[in-house]
Write a protein that binds this ligand. Structure first.
Ligand SMILES: NC(=O)c1ccc[n+]([C@@H]2O[C@H](COP(=O)([O-])OP(=O)(O)OC[C@H]3O[C@@H](n4cnc5c(N)ncnc54)[C@H](OP(=O)(O)O)[C@@H]3O)[C@@H](O)[C@H]2O)c1
Length: 244
């Protein structure tokens, strides 16, 4: 039985991914700050471990729970923080809010990875997935704080993939999804198209998170990997031994 930790599993992409993984027979430790929200993950077959990924005690609790289950095969850093809404220009970006974005998006994933690495290294086909965004590489007005954090996370994933050749590391951009975060990002918009679609001339509509989540386990060198050199895209996860 494979074991995974999915952060931000109470809604949106994290919940869709949790449901996809449990359907394949993976034991999922689902985390998020809102315990009530995690009931949906539990209904999908996951074990809820409520808490804040920026809290060191909670990170230790998550890894201890995986250890008790016998190990860890997959760590998904999905929890994300958009920052202020409406999205501020950089000249107005509150620094405290940016620190919070960086804490959740960059420092917490690194700290959790550091704790989890001994378990991951012992797994037969371990993987780490980080959630990226086109805002990490494209300069969209208002997206400077969030985009800078995602760019930093991409860089951590790339270096981790080099430093840990036994661990498959993926930086995954799910594309636009109709989620709570998406709605917050559109708070000052006319509600038709996300600004990054308008800026880039893209015409696709936002997908449901479940569509993106279905793509995750099979991603290899597809467009779902982060732009630029993927951290490591030589393997898919789960590889062959899915039980569901
Ligand atoms: N939606 C899009 O179009 C889009 C596009 C590209 C990339 N992404 C990325 O995809 C990921 C998922 O986004 P989403 O759209 O599904 O967002 P979402 O629906 O807002 O879900 C984000 C989840 O993260 C959790 N979270 C936030 N801060 C946390 C913290 N400190 N500790 C633990 N959990 C925390 C939230 O739960 P609690 O509030 O209960 O903690 C929430 O369940 C994010 O990394 C996002 O940046 C999204």
């Amino acid at each position: 039985m494979r074991t995974a930790i999915v952060t931000g599993a109470g809604q949106g992409f994290g919940l869709a991914l949790t449901a996809a993984l449990t359907a394949r027979g993976t034991t999922v430790l689902a985390t998020g700050r809102d315990a009530a929200r995690l009931r949906s993950a539990v209904a999908a077959g996951a074990t809820a471990v409520p808490g804040d990924v920026t809290d060191p005690d909670h990170r230790a609790e998550l890894v201890a729970a995986a250890r008790r289950l016998g190990g860890l095969d997959l760590l998904v850093h999905n929890a994300g923080e958009l920052g202020p809404s409406p999205l501020p220009r950089l000249e107005d970006h509150p620094l405290d809010a940016l620190r919070a974005v960086l804490d959740t998006t960059v420092l917490a994933p690194l700290a959790l990875t550091q704790l989890a690495l001994p378990l991951l290294r012992a797994a037969p086909a371990p993987a780490v997935v980080t959630l990226s965004s086109d805002a990490a590489v494209e300069a969209y007005a208002g997206w400077g704080g969030y985009g800078a954090a995602k760019a930093a996370l991409d860089r951590l994933a790339a270096v981790l993939g080099v430093e840990e050749p036994g661990v498959a590391v993926y930086a995954f951009d799910p594309g636009d999804m109709r989620t709570a975060m998406h709605q917050r990002a559109l708070a000052d918009d006319d509600g038709t198209l996300p600004r990054w679609q308008r800026a880039s001339g893209l015409s696709s509509t936002a997908a449901s998170p479940s569509t993106s989540a279905t793509a995750v386990p099979s991603m290899t060198s597809s467009t779902h990997c982060a732009r630029g050199p993927p951290a490591r895209a030589s393997r898919s996860w789960p590889s062959t031994a899915t039980t569901g």
